[in-house]
Design a protein around this ligand. Structure first.
Ligand code: ATR
Length: 515
């Protein structure tokens, strides 16, 4: 169930938020600790004013008055807090009331009122510092049999999240609410049912809405992008690992494609600081495949049982899938979709230029970092002769040595030079294609240009892998001179498409589309 946490200062504002999200939520939590003082009197009437849910019944509500020590806004005395809880519960409309574990033993009056009103107690514990070693004890040990235990904890990193997942695995079946907060724990919100949680909490995304806890997304994102309501035991889980990763556009891309193809699969951002721990977690959840972004593109390579030639050539891995499909335990295979992602738009442009293929063409590559390596590898394999220009010559030469050490299947040749005005003459001899792989010209420094000294003839295909801005200064100048230009967004889309084909191939092979 998707539970909308309501954190506005007035009951009326909270009702408006509930009405707005009613089509996608299943219940609400009134966070009465956020209410203005004068609003408290009518708290007991709030549930009967709630709108209907999708099933036609009124949205059920949790009453929570979260104390400051549990991450809440309540700053007044404990006596006043209990008084407010009692006032709300006695109204008879709340389906649940949240009572913290530390209240147990001193909450007889509240329990009596809850029993009389038919309100179920959620027995909660919060840890904003980490994942307690005795999570299981905290969770189930604090709750009476008729109560619903709840734990919200803050994993400090991937190893904590792994401990959280393991602790839950060892528990006897029971209705529970569990969540790992923050970016690291985000998967536990989308996969709440997989982690044994009855509900997942969301916050409104209004401009001035206060997010009730770290890691909340809005209910439309949860229900629409992540298709929360259709995630079940058979849903294949994919994702992107990185650090940071929450800004990644990949979840939008892959979830849309899964939805279009009606595949029972979901794609999540995993904020990962420890690749080893993530691989263990990936077996527990289980995860069927994932994209890899900065800074883990090399670290994952040690976990692969098989590497595609693109990984060895590019010296980095950005796509990992289970060998033999989702249910098989055949280890992990790595790919580098940047190689194909780079080539696809270039081959399109080449064919429009009337070239039969790239063989024998001459290209200049600017930059000798990680991205350049995948580009140079892709070009050499296609039989292109490459001039590699870099500010630091040593680094360009090291890239070439590294590539020569891998069985790259290269048929083109590569030569290096320093990126400076005197390179313009030699560039003219490597000018069928010019590829820009450095960060020069990227937002916020979008007025910069790596080859201001070079005058385009108009016959070059100019390819900038930077995609913010969509048209860099280099591309603008090239287009003005009559060149064919390719922006980085096309490479991003092509590499994402190549990844998607790897992910969906597993799905199409293993599972029938959802009816
Ligand atoms: P990536 O993985 O994105 O390629 P990287 O490995 O850090 O990133 O490589 C950055 C590339 O951009 C390098 O070729 C770097 O040149 P140096 O090897 O000389 O450092 C290049 N680069 C970065 N800033 C630059 C600048 N202001 N002018 C020229 N080249 C620059």
């Amino acid at each position: 169930m998707i539970c909308l946490s309501l954190t506005a200062g007035t009951l009326a504002e909270n009702l408006r938020a509930a009405a707005r999200f009613a089509p996608v939520i299943d219940m609400v939590e009134l966070r009465a600790d956020f209410l203005l003082r004068e609003q408290r009197t009518d708290l007991h009437r709030f549930p009967s004013a709630l709108p209907a849910a999708r099933d036609g019944n009124r949205l059920p509500a949790i009453l929570t008055v979260r104390a400051g020590r549990d991450g809440g806004q309540w700053r007044e005395g404990e006596g006043e807090r209990r008084h407010l809880l009692l006032h709300g519960v006695r109204g008879g409309g709340y389906a649940w009331v949240d009572l913290e574990g530390w209240l147990r033993g001193s909450d007889a009056g509240l329990l009596e009122a809850a029993a009389a009103a038919g309100t179920t107690v959620i027995r909660s514990m919060h840890d904003f510092e980490g994942v307690p070693d005795d999570l299981a004890k905290h969770l189930d040990g604090a709750a009476r049999p008729q109560e619903i235990p709840k734990a919200a904890v803050m994993p400090g990193g991937s190893a904590d999240l792994l401990r959280f997942a393991r602790a839950l695995q060892g528990l006897a079946p029971r209705r529970r609410v569990v969540v790992a907060m923050g970016a690291v724990g985000f998967a536990t919100r989308v996969l709440a049912r997989r982690f044994g949680s009855m509900f997942t909490f969301c916050s409104p995304n209004d401009i001035d809405a206060r997010v009730a806890a770290p890691g909340h997304v809005d209910p439309e994102t949860m229900a629409g992008l992540y298709r929360y309501h259709s995630i079940d035991a058979d849903t294949a889980v994919f994702g992107v690992i990185g650090n940071p990763v929450m800004h990644s556009q990949s979840p939008v891309y892959h979830n849309r494609r899964f939805a279009e193809d009606q595949l029972n699969a979901v794609y999540l951002p995993f904020a990962v600081d420890d690749v080893d721990a993530f691989f263990e977690l990936a077996d527990l959840i289980p995860v069927d495949g994932f994209s890899v972004t900065i800074p883990h593109k090399q670290a994952v390579m040690g976990h692969l049982v098989q590497s595609d030639a693109s990984v060895l050539g590019a010296g980095a891995c950005n796509t990992v899938v289970r060998r033999g499909g989702g249910d098989a335990d055949g280890g992990w295979i790595g790919y580098n979709s940047d190689v194909e992602g780079f080539l696809t738009p270039l081959l399109d442009a080449a064919s429009q230029a009337g070239w039969p293929d790239l063989r024998g063409r001459r290209a200049t590559v600017i930059g000798a970092g990680g991205a350049a390596r995948a580009v140079v590898y892709a070009l050499l394999r296609r039989g292109v002769n490459v001039l590699l220009l870099n500010r630091t010559l040593d680094r360009a030469e090291a890239l070439v040595r590294d590539l020569a050490g891998t069985d790259s299947g290269a048929s083109g040749a590569v030569t290096c030079a320093v990126l400076e005005a005197s390179a313009a003459d030699v560039m003219r001899r490597y000018a069928d294609v010019i590829v820009q792989t450095t960060s020069v010209g990227m937002v916020p420094d979008s007025e910069a240009e790596p080859i201001p000294f070079y005058r385009f003839s108009g016959h070059e295909i100019v390819y900038d892998i930077v995609y913010t801005p969509p048209v860099t200064r280099l591309l603008r100048r090239a287009a003005d001179a009559g060149c064919t230009t390719i922006g980085g967004a096309r490479m991003f889309a092509a590499q994402a498409d190549a990844q998607y084909r790897l992910f969906s191939r597993l799905q199409l092979a293993d599972r029938s589309p959802r009816q």
